[in-house]
Design a protein around this ligand. Sequence first.
Ligand SMILES: [Zn+2]
Length: 300
Amino acid sequence: MADRRDRTTAGKALAALGCAVMMAAGTAAATERLATEGPANEWSSVPGPAPGPARVFGAHSAGCIAGAEPLPPDGEGYQAVDLDRRRYYGHPELVTFVRDLGRAAAAMGMGTLLVGDMAQPRGGPMASGHVSHQTGLDVDIWFRVEAERLPLPAREGLEQPPVVDPATGRPDPALWTLGHAEMVRWTASDPRVARVFVGPALKRDLCERPWADRSWLRRVRPWPGHDDHMHVRLACPAGEAACVSQPPPPPGDGCGAALDPWFGPAPPAVATRPAAPRHPQCRAVLTADTAAAANNGVLP
Ligand SMILES: [Zn+2]
């Protein structure tokens, strides 16, 4: 379950739960995985990425990555947060994507985006907080935006306020702006992106806006626990033969009647997909020479 920092606010804990149940593991399958591969903190405590070129093995919720790159803690238009969790690693394509998003947000006048969890140095299961984020292709981008760049120690355990007003079930216009909507549109329109997860009330808000092109809305998926951040999932990069993709989203923009069940008396169940076995190559990724990896990609 979530660690202390995941629980600094109820919203943050819910966000962690939302990511945790995404493509969720059945409890029995998860227990079996831990029995055969060791506890999640084995993956959390490796000193650095497995050496060599970037390679993704398996699916977002049952995989790992060799040759991951660290996201620099600061870049144009973004700053990474919760750095002491060491979840700022990703496939080079994800690192490039985040830097591109930061530049786009800066050009939109958004202030500085807060970049949350990506993956551990070798991906794999986390000791807390998420089931996905295992292959270096997922990243959480907060809806809280900072006007100023925070010093590194001030980026730990920040409040992560939901942008949906619980009294109305609608986004709070002071916290969820046209800039946020444009940021989601920019992200979901990027050809590298497979899915963007946001809370159902935010998907509804995006559906109600008068966009000329609505094709990107198909990739914006409603998911509980995502009222304070968007979870961006990249498609398997070109040449990553061992990377397992999700099936594409259903056809259509996912608006209107497709969205109604989320606001009805019986919202869709979210923990329905059993976990696949972890890719067999992940054991070698986990145990690859740590001496060679020790100086690879640690933060200054
Ligand atoms: Zn996430």
